[in-house]
Design a protein around this ligand. Structure first.
Ligand code: EPZ
Length: 424
């Protein structure tokens, strides 16, 4: 079956492996995507470096081209130039990736109006964009939703605007901060903002292009809108979720290794959890050493917006705890139903129950290989880790999920001793 761009659907074959060695982390998908969306606000030439070569990045580049930008992507560098010409982003592109909704604000600022499809359903749970729309209306956007399409037009807005987010949404914070940055002469405050490192990276990108934003990384962000953003060059931050995935895979397979080219502070909560559960962790300037030789201990985890335990590492830490000594609990507070990986792990011999957004994981001696299905990006990464931990052979189907968010995943795992094959 073809998924998109003619890519044939495939699967991974895995065998038990002790992962040892060094792995170098790529740029962050969840920083690169909002930065690429924000690039619509810049008329001059832009160069964005350390951009991971992923399906999602290629989808965003396709969207920029559809809108009229000229985009080149080579060696992890995206070069963007030209003007925004087209005001419609077709459903076929938006349905591939929700983050594309964040082009709506910049598009309307550039052309006075715009049309973007309402993102559809998602495996990890209900994901509305009501906070985005509430915020854009506060910024003076007239918005109509018809037939699954969002039509927006720029009207006037107050000189001072306060947007209070009901939940610290990453996407809404990024979308509104980007849009407000080019509302000339308007002062905007986003309260209860998301504090994720990717939000800070977007602020730093916009400020480097001439925006006036402060407070990213705290719950209150202040934006003074400017008339124009200039071109330039920017380097995207390393991917903390990719880093956490490899650190957990090394520790879960009783291996020892170094995760390089990262910002260790972005994952403080993970390093604490690893230490408390019996994994040795040594933190260096741009890398972290993990040694998972010991039997793991159970722990309770509260998944929360940053700086809480990240929801994008929830499936991976669940696999790690599935063979720990004792019973662990994971409370998922960001995407309440993000547990599609549980049934697949139970097929591999794990003992996990889910009750009202909480997973109860009774540690077992070992996992056993089986045919399993990936349901979304991080769930599929977790099943790959389970495949390295399990006795026998594991087949992880629906490879495309993981290709959306992990650059060079096969050579990276092979580089630390992973027995993995990718078949199509
Ligand atoms: C971002 O998604 C990430 N995606 C997700 O990573 C990540 O899981 C999520 O933040 C949380 O950390 C990108 O950055 C591209 P939210 P986003 O808005 O922005 C509710 C991955 O694996 N909400 O912070 O879509 C929502 O339903 C992906 O790389 C509303 O109700 O997440 C959820 O329960 C998966 N209304 C909560 O807020 C809104 O308008 C957090 O969502 C917006 C959000």
């Amino acid at each position: 079956m073809l998924i998109n761009e003619g890519i044939k659907l495939g699967y991974f074959i895995l065998e038990k492996s002790h992962l040892n060695g060094e792995v170098k982390i790529s740029g962050a998908k969840n920083a690169a995507l909002p930065i690429l969306a924000a690039s619509l606000l810049v008329d001059d030439g832009l160069e964005i470096k350390n951009v991971p070569d992923l399906l999602d990045v290629r989808t965003m580049i396709e969207i920029l081209k559809t809108i009229g930008k000229s985009v080149k992507f080579e060696n992890n560098i995206v070069k963007i130039s030209g003007d925004v010409k087209n005001k419609v982003v077709p459903y076929d592109l938006v349905r591939k990736m929700r983050a594309s909704f964040n082009v709506l604000g910049p598009l309307v600022l550039k052309l006075g109006e715009g049309q973007v499809s309402l993102p559809g359903g998602c495996a990890i749970g209900v994901r509305p964009v009501d906070f985005h729309i509430m915020g854009l209306k506060k910024l003076g956007f007239e918005i109509d939703i018809e037939h699954g399409e969002v039509f927006a037009k720029k009207e006037n807005c107050e000189k001072e605007v306060i947007i209070n987010l009901p939940f610290p949404s990453v996407g809404a914070t990024e979308h509104l901060m980007t849009t407000a940055s080019l509302l000339n002469g308007v002062k905007v405050t986003i309260e209860n903002a998301a504090m994720e490192p990717e939000v800070v990276d977007l602020q730093n990108f916009l400020n480097k292009m001439g925006a006036i934003i402060t407070g990213a990384g705290t719950r209150k962000i202040f934006i003074k809108g400017v008339k124009k953003l200039r071109g330039g060059s920017y380097t995207v931050v390393p991917d903390r979720i990719e880093a956490g995935t490899y650190a957990l895979s090394i520790a879960a397979t009783f291996g020892e290794g170094l995760v390089k080219n990262i910002v260790p502070e972005h994952l403080e909560v993970l390093w604490e959890v690893l230490k408390e559960t019996g994994t040795d962790v040594k933190i260096f300037d741009k890398s972290v050493y993990v040694n998972g030789k010991n039997k793991k201990k159970a722990i309770n985890i509260n998944v929360q917006p940053y700086p809480g335990f990240p929801t994008d590492l929830q499936p991976q830490i669940m696999v790690y705890l599935s063979v720990a000594h004792g019973t662990s609990m994971i409370i998922e507070n960001v995407f309440k139903n993000r547990f599609h990986h549980v049934d697949e792990l139970v097929r591999m011999g794990a003992k996990i129950k889910v009750i009202d957004g909480t997973a109860i994981i009774e540690g077992v001696e070992k996992l056993s290989g089986a045919k399993v299905e990936g349901t979304d990006l991080r769930a599929t990464a977790a099943l790959i880790i389970a495949g390295f931990m399990a006795d026998g052979v594991t087949e992880v189907h629906n490879d495309f999920h993981v290709l959306r968010g992990y650059e060079n995943i096969i050579p990276k795992f092979e580089g630390i001793g992973g027995k993995i094959k990718h078949l199509r």
